[in-house]
Ligand binder design. Structure first.
Ligand SMILES: CC[C@H](C(=O)O)C(=O)SCCNC(=O)CCNC(=O)[C@H](O)C(C)(C)COP(=O)(O)OP(=O)(O)OC[C@H]1O[C@@H](n2cnc3c(N)ncnc32)[C@H](O)[C@@H]1OP(=O)(O)O
Ligand SMILES: [Co+2]
Length: 134
């Protein structure tokens, strides 16, 4: 079921500051910010040789990462995104195995214009997992 790691995400309180650190201190290539109102976050992607790091900050009053940042004000590892070739088949198989799919259970279009889903962190060793269909 699982393909490559598409990205590892870090929630940050200040996206501009985190972007400057990765770009100017770590010398990494960082994409332009994408405001994803439907997801309540603004993101950039740090382009690496073998995967990407997604830096994300809250967007709007109902951001799903607000509580996370209240618990970890300086930010922290937020989720890992695995690639799958058929997100609906993966969803149905995981639900049949008892894993909880977040939201209404239907994929939404993510930052890469591809369908994504999230699985409850409590079902995966305290780790929020995102699936992205590629
Ligand atoms: C899709 C666009 C983009 C992309 O890649 O294309 C993105 O990745 S957008 C990323 C932002 N969107 C999401 O994260 C959507 C899925 N997330 C959620 O629905 C919530 O964040 C949720 C339900 C995972 C947690 O929400 P919240 O913290 O408000 O709820 P709780 O306080 O009830 O948390 C329950 C329980 O889970 C623990 N928790 C929360 N977040 C994480 C996390 N990132 N990793 C691990 N564990 C997490 C939280 O501490 C609670 O644990 P407890 O022991 O009960 O205190
Ligand atoms: Co993500």
């Amino acid at each position: 079921m699982l393909g490559r790691v598409n990205h590892i995400a870090i929630a940050v309180p200040d996206l501009a500051q985190a972007t400057a650190t990765y770009r100017d201190v770590l010398g990494a290539r960082v994409s332009q910010p994408q405001a994803l109102a439907a997801h309540g976050v603004t993101v950039v992607f740090v382009e690496l040789e073998n995967t990407k790091v997604e830096l994300l900050e809250p967007l709007g009053a109902d951001s799903p990462i607000t509580a996370f940042l209240e618990k970890s004000p300086s930010g922290g590892m937020h989720h890992i995104c695995y690639e799958v070739d058929d997100i609906l088949a993966a969803r149905d198989q995981l639900k049949a195995s008892g894993l909880r799919v977040l939201g209404d259970g239907n994929p939404k279009i993510g930052a890469h214009g591809k369908p994504v889903l999230f699985l409850h962190p409590k079902d995966l060793n305290g780790t929020l997992v995102e699936l992205e269909e590629v």
